[in-house]
Every structure is written in structure tokens, then in C-alpha cells.
Write a protein that binds this ligand. Structure first.
Ligand SMILES: *Cc1c(COP(=O)(O)O)cnc(C)c1O
Length: 365
């Protein structure tokens, strides 16, 4: 993603509709607030784009959360007043940077906490650490039996404030939050408070996958912080990717340009071997059809995660640099040079936002 507010009509481009992200942030952070909790808005899928960060904070998020140190560094350059949270477990080798750009970090190793503490002492800083516990999703987190030991050791480290405990679900193992695992998180926090007499004010309960429990009123009251990304940026319930009530799904558009439009048969002619990616494909014979080639390929996006705005378009497939779309059923008479707009899902967006070939265009209203 070439980050520039003026990249204008370059194509392909991501159009970032700032007002829609702000609206979505307001809907999600209000729901979280009605539970008595606060929200870190997560914009890592757009690499901490300045306008996205602004929209999240203006939409009611208490912190900006990102998995990359570089993105948090940009935020501190633009708006030093924004509280930042590093979501990926920090590298020991980068703890000095972490304490300079992140007010909070999520942690699961005492060695890293020691390195953060040393960096704080060196640089005369204070840093808030949240200790993550693994509730079964098997991504990051201290195993529950070891949590108290880690918190106890961390308590003694100078420069560090142990701000609370946290958990992350529905990422690696796909385990959804439920009253049992969230109840366990609360229990573990209580035990740590009791045994260490630390206040541990924050219980950071998870990501967008917590929304259904928040909406149903089944989230334990004690869980008072959430880190929300996809539900705000794309307006989706990450449990099944259905639209989240009250949010918009069109905050991010992908715009591409038609570079060829020809009538061609739908099945290749000639003896077939593997395609450019070592795959053998089946072709549906729809007869001779109008087919558009657009200026996007597998180098830029995960093509299976793209949905054209025109519902009559059929994405046939893509090679490295060419995306082929059947436009024969479209009402509109498409031409070479026309722009097509599509919705990227989270995986497609992740690739698009990091492709140097894809521009980013901010739409203010
Ligand atoms: C990315 C991330 C989030 C945000 O997840 P969404 O599903 O996009 O809401 C929250 N917490 C951590 C640790 C993350 O890495």
C-alpha cells in the first residue's frame, strides 16, 4: 500500500472511507461501553494508516492497537497523545523500541518482561504490560497453571506496571469465547489480585469474536477491555462473517481497472497441463462469454477473498497479474478503461494493504 492521501485515481487502489470507519468504531465502542468496558481500536490490517487511526480514536476507542512496532511509531509521530497498545508479543531484541512507542504491550514470557523492564530503566520510561493467558486457542499466552508465577515475578520488575491480564481467542484454534473460558479469565485475574495484591485494573478479554457475548449480555462484567479490529474496519461478525448490526460493510473498497474485454469461450482450447501455479483447474462451460481482465493478480491479493459490487460478475480466477471476471450477465455494458469496485475480506485486505502496487486513497465523506 502506497500511503498517500493524494494518490488519487491510481489503480488498483484501496479507497478508505474514513467517515464509515468512524461510524463503525462508534457502534462497536458504544456496545463495549454499555458493558462498562473500553475498546482498543485495531487498524493493523491497514498498516496503521493515519486516517484509520484517527477514525478509530474519534469513533470512541480508548487506545490504538497494532501488531507492528513500525505502525505504532508512526502513530506516536503523528499524534503522540494517542495511547498505543502493541498486540504481538514483543521481541526481546526490540524492547527499547517497544517502551518508546507503545504505552501497553501484551506479553507471555518472563524473559521478555525482564527485557522490557531493563529498557524502561535505561530510557527512564514506564510501560504497562498485560500478561496474556492461553484459554485454549493455542496461540499466545502463558499456560493458566503458570500465570500466577509469571505475574508474581513481573511484579518485582522496575519500570513496569502490570496493568492486567488478557486473552486472545478465535485466532489460531478458532475457539470462540464462551461463559466458561471468559469466567476462567476472571477467576485467574481474581486469584492473581488476591495472591499478589496487585490491582490489575485491566482484564482484556479479546478481539472482535467477543461481540456476540457482549450483545447477548453473557460477557462477565469483570472483563473490561476489548481489542476490536475486523468488526470495525469491515463491519463483520468474525464468528460467521455476517454483517454486524448497525455497521457498514463498505468502509474499504478495492478499485481496479479493466485492461481487456473480449468475448471468449469459457473452456480453454487445446491439451491442458498445469497452470502457472502448478494447479489443474476445472472449467465450467458457459459458452462464449464477455470476459474482463483487470489489473490485479495473485501478487496483490488473495483472490478468493474478493466480492465484486456488481452481483452479476463472476470471478473466474487469476494469475500473478491478471484477474479474469465474467461480465456477460452484467446489466452495465463494461468497457476497457472502466473501473470496477470490489469488497475485500480480511485476508485479501491484509495482502492488498501490504502490496507496493496498490495505492491507498482516502475518501473523507
Ligand atoms: C489482531 C488482534 C486483535 C484484533 O482482532 P480482530 O479479530 O480483528 O478484532 C486483537 N488482539 C490481538 C492480540 C490481535 O493480534
Amino acid at each position: 500500500m502506497t500511503i498517500s492521501a493524494q494518490s488519487g485515481p491510481q489503480s488498483p487502489r484501496l479507497e478508505i472511507h474514513v467517515e464509515r470507519i468512524r461510524e463503525n468504531a462508534r457502534v462497536i465502542s458504544s456496545l463495549v461501553a454499555s458493558h462498562g468496558a473500553s475498546t482498543a481500536g485495531v487498524g493493523k490490517v491497514l498498516r496503521g494508516h493515519e486516517f484509520v487511526v484517527g477514525a478509530l480514536i474519534d469513533g470512541g476507542c480508548a487506545q490504538y492497537g497494532d501488531s507492528r512496532i513500525a505502525n505504532l511509531a508512526k502513530v506516536k509521530d503523528w499524534r503522540p497523545g494517542i495511547e498505543t497498545m502493541l498486540l504481538r508479543i514483543p521481541e526481546i531484541s526490540r524492547c527499547a523500541e517497544v517502551v518508546q512507542v507503545a504505552d501497553y504491550s501484551l506479553n507471555s514470557s518472563i524473559d521478555t518482561l525482564r527485557a522490557l523492564s531493563a529498557a524502561c530503566v535505561d530510557l527512564d520510561r514506564r510501560h504497562k504490560a498485560i500478561i496474556m493467558v492461553d484459554l485454549g486457542d493455542l496461540r499466545e499466552g502463558v499456560w493458566a497453571d503458570d500465570l500466577l508465577g509469571v505475574v508474581t515475578e513481573a511484579k518485582a520488575l522496575p519500570g513496569l506496571e502490570i496493568a492486567g491480564i488478557g486473552a486472545n481467542l478465535a485466532c489460531f484454534g478458532g475457539v470462540a469465547p464462551n461463559p466458561v473460558n471468559m469466567g476462567r479469565l476472571v477467576e485467574l485475574a481474581s486469584e492473581c489480585r488476591r495472591e499478589t495484591s496487585l490491582e490489575l485494573p485491566m482484564i482484556s478479554g479479546g478481539n472482535s469474536s467477543a461481540l456476540p457475548m457482549l450483545a447477548a449480555g453473557t460477557m462477565p462484567r469483570e472483563v473490561n477491555h476489548f481489542r476490536m479490529g475486523e468488526s470495525i474496519i469491515l463491519g463483520r461478525n468474525v464468528y460467521d462473517r455476517t454483517p454486524w448490526p448497525g455497521t457498514r460493510q463498505d468502509a474499504i473498497r478495492l478499485v481496479v481497472e479493466i485492461v481487456e474485454l473480449e468475448r471468449k469461450p469459457s473452456v480453454p482450447i487445446g491439451h491442458r497441463g498445469q497452470d502457472a501455479f502448478g494447479e489443474s483447474r476445472e472449467f465450467v462451460d458457459r459458452g462464449v462469454r464477455r470476459r474482463a481482465i483487470v489489473n490485479l493478480g495473485r501478487q496483490d491479493a488473495v483472490v478468493s477473498g474478493l466480492v465484486p459490487d456488481d452481483p452479476a460478475m463472476i470471478i473466474l480466477g487469476a494469475s500473478s497479474d491478471h484477474l479474469i471476471i465474467d461480465v456477460d450477465d452484467c446489466e452495465r455494458d463494461w468497457h476497457v478503461g472502466d473501473e470496477i469496485s470490489l469488497s475485500p475480506d480480511y485476508g485479501a485486505l491484509l495482502a492488498l494493504a501490504t502490496s507496493p502496487y496498490v495505492g491507498a486513497h482516502v475518501v473523507q465523506h
